[in-house]
Write a protein that binds this ligand. Structure first.
Ligand code: ADP
Length: 314
């Protein structure tokens, strides 16, 4: 009874392959290529490297990607001015605010300033509100990645099954829980109708074990390495590890660790993702999909405006 380790890198490559074809057809029929602008504080090397990974993925599918490195001297007003210009710039389809920003910046205010038509990371209050109210909009990419793996890679029927999400952050844990429990259709994304429980830092360990042991799907997004051990997991479950924590080895090397004690849990479950190489790359693929979705909306709007003009001139 061997488990399947989901190869996030391969899932990512497949998502990019499809997108590359779709975007090249989109451009071949006379539409402007999608453009993504990413803002990063840049002082944090892993933050900057994430943005560069995103730019590389973008370029490989035909999305233009600009990186704006914010300076430590920028106040919230300076950042808001930059976002306001990008909001007005018709060429820009997606604006990504790579967190964390500088400690003196207010991330909530800055994420909320992104026009929702361009909020390809789905992290503004408008996008998150729309997600809660079951309206089609941009959904945070980590939640999309979890959904994609469950629905399109594993492809089981989840309706009525039990899910546990560990972590309730507004950009990660909560949107995941929304897609897992909901029955709604968000464009081409469909809620999975699972009985979903959210655990967090105040969930006592014995309660967490009790809940997670009955989960058919266990998603951990706590950022606590080694949190999920084999005794917490239902035999044959699906375990998706969303936590990523940078740790330093005794030799001084930086490594990224997931929440799940992989070696311990692997043999007990049906499907599992690793860190690195699991949810992370798929998240980047979902971001590219959102950027292309935004470009398609932009072109559809342009076409309908042109049609109105032609009608008026006739
Ligand atoms: P992210 O943005 O990656 O989701 P955060 O640090 O914002 O990360 O959120 C971590 C989440 O994990 C919080 O909701 C917190 O309550 C939860 N959490 C942290 N430690 C534990 C723990 N030991 N057990 C259960 N949940 C935890």
């Amino acid at each position: 009874n061997k488990s399947t380790v989901i190869d996030g890198k391969l899932v990512f490559e497949n998502v990019l392959k499809d997108l590359r074809q779709e975007i090249s057809a989109f451009v071949a029929s006379g539409n402007k290529p999608p453009i993504l602008t990413a803002l990063t504080a840049g002082y944090d090397p892993s933050s900057l490297s994430y943005v560069k990974i995103k730019r590389k993925a973008a370029q490989s599918v035909g999305v233009d990607c600009n990186i704006v490195e914010l300076r430590s001297s920028y106040t919230d007003d300076d950042v808001l001015r930059i976002i306001s210009q990008l909001n007005k710039d018709d060429r820009v389809d997606g604006i990504l605010v790579q967190l964390p920003l500088f400690p003196h910046n207010n991330e909530r205010i800055i994420c909320d300033a992104v026009a929702h038509r361009k909020d390809v990371d789905g992290t503004s209050a408008a996008s998150l509100g729309n997600l809660c109210l079951n309206t089609d909009h941009f959904i945070p990419c980590t939640a999309l990645a979890v959904h994609h793996i469950l629905k399109n890679v594993i492809g089981l029927d989840y309706c009525g099954k039990r899910a546990v999400v560990i972590g309730r952050s507004k950009h990660v844990g909560l949107p995941i829980a929304i897609l897992l429990h909901s029955s709604e259709q968000y464009g081409d994304i469909e809620g999975l109708n699972m009985t979903t429980t959210i655990a967090h830092r105040h969930t006592p360990r014995n309660t967490l074990i009790e809940l997670s042991s009955s989960a058919d799907v266990l998603v951990s997004a706590a950022g606590v390495p080694g949190l999920v051990t084999a005794d917490m997991v239902k035999p044959g479950a699906i375990v998706l590890d969303v936590g990523v924590t940078k740790t330093v080895t005794p030799e001084g090397k930086s490594v990224f660790k997931g929440d799940v004690n992989f070696a311990d849990v692997q043999n007990k479950v049906m499907y599992i993702t690793s860190v690195p190489g699991g949810i992370g790359p798929v998240t980047v693929g979902m971001l590219m999909r959102n950027v292309f979705k935004s470009a398609r909306i932009r072109e559809a709007k342009l076409r309908s405006e042109e049609a109105i003009k032609t009608n008026q001139n006739q």
